[in-house]
Write a protein that binds this ligand. Sequence first.
Ligand SMILES: [Zn+2]
Length: 537
Amino acid sequence: MANCMQVDLVILGGNVITVDSVKPRVQAIAVKFGKILAVGQDDELRPLIGTDTRVVDARGKTVIPGLNDAHCHVLSAGRSHFLVNCGPTVVKSIAEIKKAIAEKAKTTPKGKWIVGFGYDDTKMVENWYLNCNDLDEVTKEHPVWVCHVSGHMSTTNSVGLKIANLTKDTADPVGGRYGRDKATGELNGVIYETAQRQFARGDNPLIPHPKPEQDREAIKWVCKEAASIGLTSFTDAMVDTTMFQAYQAALAAGKLTIRTYLLLSIENLDDFIVAGLRTGLGNDMLRVGGIKIFADGAIAGRTAYLSEPYEGSTDDHGILAIAPDVLEERVMTAHKAGFQVGVHANGDATINMTLDAYEKALKAYPRENSRHRLEHGTVVNPEILGRLKRLGVVVLPFGSYIYYHGEKMKYYGAKRVSMMFAHRSFLDMGIPVGGSSDHTCVPWFPLAGIQSCVTRKSHTGEILGPEQRISPEEAIRIYTMGSAYTSFEEKIKGSIEVGKLADLVLLDKDPTKVDPDTIKDIPITATIIGGEFAYEK
Ligand SMILES: [Zn+2]
């Protein structure tokens, strides 16, 4: 009979960074029933090894707590696996985008949508924005829809415009805009912000939602990919009812293998309240999180709503996506019902508006430990920092934005950049910070996020806002304990401590010791979730 005291897994000989200040570095970890049973030196843990224990000799390699991307778009990423990739890692020009779409058109029935994603105008060799004419040159037999990497605008062709009944006489919707030719006023196929909804969002969009079985496959694929880059938890930052069902189905079918926290769309808030859903419902694998509200645009799209105009402009402040009184009413309703709230706010003007809404809700219905979230919270200032601290708001700044999108910072100017993605300021003020990529708007390699926070250096070598640099230890803590705090889960994960979930990442090198410019290149040796190997090189 097997010794029932023996443990399931023991890792020995590791350079274990625990993110626990009591025992910051140890050699060994023992795991039983998916949780950490003991942490210490090799000699202390060896007696726990039994005949059925899996013993891993880490050979001095580094072990850290499982990484947690606390704001990304998981199911969108999974779905995109089945669409045309127009991202700069695959295509370098509009000509190449046209080629990729032409290829897809060959296997797509006439009249069916062709959807592309990841388009980044700033990384294309042509000096114009992808438009209706470009796409019409590829096909006039299929509607085409290409999303910008920011998610805040897209381009369609004339077939798409026709299906949506859009003409030069169509008025812009609230919080959105149709791109127009400056001379003629004709629509140029670029669709901004809320104007995208009729195509791609809501219950009955023109571009049909994926079928449930496609979503289950998408979730399975994306979990596998996440494990390979060291993620053991993530937050899907925008989940509608279809996606909510897909997650539950994937969990039941054993295809959801990464721990998932869901921010539910404000559009369905009333239904969620009636159904009795509340923040925290669920289990260690799938949990109902907060209510997600969009309040402004994107940094990459130059649509974040700023108090001072964009560089080189006197009147362009960006786009506000919601009226302040509507935001306040929705925040109040969600807060009163017991939900955590997560407002997407990039620009300083939008952030203040969001904090006004949180302040009013907390005053009307005081609640300890509400942990309302500021999604991105990109452009800040000392006044905003003080308000965040007072209101107990948690911030989810982009981790890897500087690295991947540094060239876009020219729209903001050096003064603003020194207070953007302000990790140093948040930590110094004691404001809780989670690690996040906002993938699919940005690649989601968490080690690239850690590197970017440490170096503030773009992929072209430019250093932006160095005063916001943090140490590798601080960046690891943000991507583990920091993220766990944003989902109220800091007592069950985020550090390597007895009793916590056995979510671990084995790294080939120590991120606190290597040249900071190479942190993103450290190979992931293994990813362990609940004591099971989810990825092994
Ligand atoms: Zn997002």
